[in-house]
Design a protein around this ligand. Sequence first.
Ligand SMILES: *Cc1c(COP(=O)(O)O)cnc(C)c1O
Length: 409
Amino acid sequence: MTNTTNPTIELENQYGAKNYAPMPVVLTKGQGVYVWDDAGNRYLDMMSAYSAVSHGHCHPTLVKVLQQQAERLTIVSRSFYTDQLGPFLKKACELTGFERALPMNTGAEAVETALKAARKWAYTVKGVPHDQAEIIACKGNFHGRTITIIGLSTEPQYQAGFGPFPPGLKTIPYGEPAELEKAITKNTAAFLVEPLKGEGGIILPPDGYLKECAAICKKHNVLLICDEIQTGLGRTGKLLAFQHEDMKPDAIVLGKALGGGLIPVSLFLTSKEVMDVFTPGDHGSTFGGNPLAASVASAALDVLIEEKLIEKAASMGDYFLKSLKNIHSPIIKEVRGKGLLIGVEVKEGYSARDICLKLLVHGILCKETHRTVMRFAPPLMVTKEQIDTAVNALKQVFEEMEKQPAALK
Ligand SMILES: *Cc1c(COP(=O)(O)O)cnc(C)c1O
């Protein structure tokens, strides 16, 4: 266990920007659901890099694909075709049921791509007057950190000091279809929504929410875009989280786990009609769709299916949720989640970060999201035994805290 006087930590603190407040541990190695620190201590990773490591750390099949492709061809820009991109896009489209896919690198870039596509679709297909297109998102959303995207955020800290923001953005309460219908105007291009709020605190909308939103969007000729960057690719026990409901959005964005835990890869997926608004020169990315990323992402999709990671997330998620709900502590306010995306909310006055720090001592890595919610989102191949270890550690931490609650307020 490292502490804040660790010289490696000091280096980051001295030369880096202070835009994060990391847990005081220096990781040097990862394998499957485990990571090791610089002193050789092993930890169970219950956070998996915000779902980017759904396949587990350094998955051997994916590492091999990365190595082999790295020796052949890595980056050429989109000025040329490669033997890797076409097959990857075909696989991603066929697996998800969309007709077209546009590759980027980070999640935020894929969201930006979706917003650009929606705006141009509004002007060229829907007939919205020049520069009048509107995008609707939900309060408490998380879609990334670019200036446009934080323009849609309702988190004061995400916006403070970074304005002004582009016009044409508005937010509505999450989980209330009637609010969506009220907010739509003849100029609305798209409704951007997370099937389950991740960064917002692991918040599930009421059953049938997305289905109702889809019907409303269809009625008003508005694109429904699901941000599946965190919830997609098995995390919630389905390939895509919207598949828990009988509906299909007009577009989705994927990222995080798409890179197999090795490399940033994101995708905007939609219909031919929407994707065709882009013409050469409209939009791009130097690294987006590079053969190294395409080969790894393609293999990451294969591994997801071949190793039945989606089914595992469903069954282990149920087990994890049930086990957490069996912890009867006066500190817990609520346990909620879907698949292996689970939040444990503690009562007001307790700090989720402090609890994460205590779990670290027990060899469990996790991270708070918002002040009072701890996120449990391990790699999808996590076993019952590993879940038991995490649950027992949490139980122990709560028991220790119950003995001295005053000190923790
Ligand atoms: C993480 C995340 C993003 C942003 O992805 P980056 O790769 O960090 O840019 C967007 N939407 C959701 C739902 C996310 O969880």
